[in-house]
Design a protein around this ligand. Structure first.
Ligand code: IPM
Ligand code: MG
Length: 383
């Protein structure tokens, strides 16, 4: 009997539970087809965790994650409820960012692909889509402005009106918010290696994104990435300022193979890139730590959010969650063939014309608008 892979399934809030249900259905289909064995344990996180156990990341959920081989995650946070508790306790910080840090998940991979059949869902004109868009965003995930210290909001006093006007000076209370952007050379080196290795398995080009014309961080980033690049001579390296990169994604997205970004730039550019792929509902994501033997502990989630407006209505696109399962099989468990089977089942469902609302347009007369469930079932059946 082969190894049993232990998967912690944390569906979270909003559309999380309904897309997770389809992803698990697909994982079970893969288990059967390839005679694998998965032990899938579900646990609450986010508002579901707060409601069940008083914390966005309940102790039992964290313990389950530690005892698992990887985490399949849905999404967390509900804009209506988030303001009712202190920001440190809100799901994004207390669960998602906490897990990233706790498990050292420094490498975030977001593959953006526009399938030919979905060309209509891309906001760019066909001539800008070339032979198709295929970009891998490699985002550093545990450094930069997200985690740098100090990070706080504090009170201070400002003089009002300015002293030189001759009027009586009034000291007025004000607030200032401080976030700190900090990167060390080892942090940049390890994510750069990830990007170059990934590029060597693709079209062998890395575009490294920075703001070296303004930020100290940008200068260091550029130096270190250039140095690491020399160790990967088969991969072409270019540097691009982040503002230009945002523009180039709109003008000529086909120029990109791997985009290497620090945490915050990667957050922003990956959403922009996802829009090119038709919908954020199509974008999976893998967050990886260091490799231990053959296995890499990983965290796999759709890049989109909880979409509370459509939650529970069978409207959400489950594809990002399902493709996250494929990434888990490939990157955490070394099951490339099973991962390919999921990706081709997704391709088949799309080629057959099945569309959730986010990728549907009435102009596409051969398309059929389906719900979350029907899309999930079709993909599971295609395994
Ligand atoms: C993402 C999300 C998160 C991030 C939020 C939910 C904290 O936008 O994974 O891209 O900013 O990293
Ligand atoms: Mg984001």
């Amino acid at each position: 009997m082969s190894k049993t892979f232990k998967v912690a399934a944390l569906a979270g809030d909003g559309i999380g539970p309904e897309v997770m249900r389809e992803a698990i259905q697909v994982l079970r289909a893969v288990e059967k087809r390839f005679s694998l064995s998965f032990q899938i344990t579900e646990a609450p996180v986010g508002w579901a965790g707060i409601d069940a156990a008083g914390k966005a990341l309940p102790d039992a959920t964290l313990a389950l994650c530690k005892a698992s081989d990887s985490i399949l995650f849905g999404s967390v946070g509900l804009p209506d409820r988030d303001p009712t508790i202190p920001k440190e306790e809100r799901p994004e910080r207390a669960a998602l960012l906490r897990i990233r840090k706790e498990f050292g998940l420094f490498a975030n991979l977001r593959p953006v692909q526009l399938p030919k059949a979905l060309a209509h869902a891309c906001p760019l004109r066909p001539e800008r889509q070339g032979d198709g868009i295929d970009i891998l965003v490699v985002r550093e995930l545990t450094g930069g402005m997200y985690f740098g210290q100090p990070k706080k909001t504090e009170e201070f006093f400002v003089e009002e009106p300015p002293a030189e006007s001759g009027a009586t000076v009034i000291m007025k209370r004000a607030q200032r918010a401080i976030d700190t952007m900090v990167y060390t050379t080892p942090e940049i080196e390890r994510i750069a290696h990830v990007a170059f290795k990934a590029a060597s398995l693709r079209r062998s080009k890395v575009t490294s994104i920075d703001k070296a014309n303004v930020l100290e961080n940008g200068v260091l980033w550029r130096d270190v990435v250039s140095r690491i690049g020399k160790q990967h001579p088969t991969v072409a390296l270019e540097h691009m300022f982040v503002d230009n990169a945002a523009m180039q994604l709109m003008l000529k997205p086909t120029q990109f193979d791997v985009m290497l970004c620090e945490n915050m730039f990667g957050d922003i550019l990956s959403d922009e890139a996802a829009a090119l792929a038709g919908s954020l509902g199509m974008l999976p994501s893998a967050s990886l730590g260091v490799t231990n033997g053959e296995q890499t502990f990983g965290f796999f989630e759709p890049a989109g959010g909880t979409a509370p407006d459509i939650a529970g209505k069978d409207l959400a696109n489950p594809i990002a969650q399902i493709l996250s399962v494929a990434l888990m099989l490939r990157y955490s468990f070394g099951l490339g063939e099973a991962a390919n089977a999921i990706e081709s089942a997704v391709g088949k469902a799309i080629a057959a014309g099945l569309r959730t609302g986010d990728i549907y347009t009435p102009a596409e007369t051969t398309a059929k608008k389906v719900g979350t469930r029907e899309m999930g079932c079709a993909i599971a059946a295609g395994i």
